[in-house]
Design a protein around this ligand. Structure first.
Ligand code: MG
Length: 453
């Protein structure tokens, strides 16, 4: 039932990422394409975000796929969830050239399965094996693939979101959208306009140099958005990461909404309408569990990573369970009625619907949520795994959970310690009822860690 997390050599939690021309070359992307084309038959949809290296790497991906006999549909620049929707609708797989929230010098690859989800660990390990062994089934002249351009498919994604809501639900709302010069420039403003909103944009022209802000939608980078929300009297501001699978919000007063609060607000709204379970990683604040249980719904925890959330949602539904919602505490939310992947455009549209249904300002809705206190920290150490084992022994008499890393429960608080899969460090997260109990727990945990390390 619970998905098991495998350590991969090339792929991380969300695909391959690297610095272009250094770790991530056309040769590597071409090899990923050849491996994927060796594993899959049929027609593969390819897309990219706005990065300057997108064109060369997309061509490498397409070359690998065509050489191994797949046909290619080039969807051009579009958000990752748009490509996922298009694949689910009609193709045998997808390949997205994106580095999501990473800085401009990065790029990467996300591989998409026919159901629109990102490739799971077991298939990814097979893909990696083919790449490392270079065992590709190259085709001869009569059976190489063909390519077709299909930039118009993006319209199907926009329509699928707009049709999800009552007509003109956004009428009377002014909103500001910050797509961060990424592919949501051509989706989210269109979606919210078609829902009836009056739309302003900032960083609304696609540009892979990201002149306005970095692709990570951090509160520091969204000052321009916050100012525009206030000066235009908007109901909210929404910003996306570099491939628009995540959305974060600014309230009508220009305040950044912490992503766990965003998750809890949307979960509360959905759970008020439908009963079932909400799926999320063990790193999500207890705030979400509280909001979900207050509405008579349950919560299911997974390892950290949206792919584990999406796959758990699917397998629960296959087992006949009612799954109403899922996501992560980073603005990556999954709406199972729409598709099984994080979707920033759908999240923005849902926020319009929530405001229309509640007729209260966004800041009021956030203030109605329970309050939690979070501490986030990280420590550099090459011995993360060993440290976790020792820490588990130190806390063996307490209630612990090993779904991902080590989660230690105490009264109304918990602590999560995880070793990074890609860097020599451990991440620490404390989620407490108030500042005082959070700080006491943090101090005690750090004392244990410094004794062990
Ligand atoms: Mg992303």
């Amino acid at each position: 039932m619970q998905p098991v997390k495998f350590e991969k050599r090339l792929f991380g939690t969300n695909g391959v990422r690297g610095i272009v021309g250094k770790d991530l070359t056309p040769e590597l992307v071409g090899a990923i394409g050849e491996a994927f084309g060796t594993m899959r038959k049929g027609c593969i949809a390819v897309g990219r975000d706005t990065r300057t290296s997108g064109e060369t790497l997309t061509k490498a991906m397409k070359s690998g796929l065509l050489a191994t006999g797949c046909d290619v549909i080039d969807c051009g620049i579009l958000p990752t969830p748009a490509l996922q929707y298009i694949v689910k609708d009609r193709f045998e797989g997808g390949a997205m050239i994106t580095a999501s929230h990473n800085p401009p010098e990065y790029n990467g690859v996300k591989i998409i399965e026919p159901d629109g989800t990102e490739m799971g660990d077991e298939e990814t390990l097979k893909l990696e094996q083919l790449i490392f062994n270079r065992s590709f089934s190259a085709k001869t002249w009569e059976s190489v693939g063909n390519e077709v351009n299909a930039p118009h498919f993006i319209r199907k994604y926009i329509k699928s979101i707009v049709n999800h809501f009552p007509p003109n639900i956004g009428s009377g709302f002014t909103v500001v959208i910050d797509p961060g010069s990424g592919p949501a420039c051509i989706t989210t403003p269109q979606i919210l306009t078609e829902l009836g909103c009056r739309v302003f944009t900032i960083n609304g022209i696609m540009d892979g140099t990201f002149p306005g802000r970095l692709p990570e939608p951090s509160s520091e980078g969204l000052k321009g958005l916050a100012d525009l929300v206030v000066s235009t009297g908007s109901a909210f501001g929404v910003a996306h990461d570099g491939d628009a699978d995540r959305a974060v919000f600014i309230d009508e007063n220009g305040q950044f909404i912490e992503e766990n609060q965003e998750f809890a607000l949307v979960a509360k709204h959905i759970c008020h309408q439908k009963k079932g379970t909400v799926v999320t990683p063990v790193s999500t604040s207890h705030l979400v569990e509280m909001a979900v249980k207050n509405e008579g719904c349950s919560i299911t925890y997974t390892p950290v990573g949206s792919i584990y959330v999406a796959r758990t949602m699917r397998s629960l539904i296959e087992d006949g369970k009612e799954v109403v919602f899922g996501g992560e505490g980073n603005g990556g939310l999954i709406f199972p009625d729409h598709q099984f992947c994080r979707d920033g455009g759908m999240t923005a549209a849902t926020m319009v619907f929530i405001l229309a249904a509640n007729r209260k300002p966004l800041s009021t809705l956030v203030n109605e949520l329970p309050v939690r206190f979070l501490i986030k920290d990280k420590i550099s150490t090459p011995h993360g795994i060993k440290l976790l084992e020792n820490l588990e022994m130190a806390y063996s008499k307490e209630k612990i959970d090993r779904t991902d890393g080590l989660k230690i429960f105490r009264d109304t608080s918990w602590a999560l310690v995880r070793a990074s899969g890609t860097e020599p460090m451990i991440r620490i997260l404390i989620d407490a009822e108030d500042q005082k109990s959070g700080e006491i727990f943090y101090k005690e945990l750090m004392t244990h860690i410094s004794e062990i390390a």
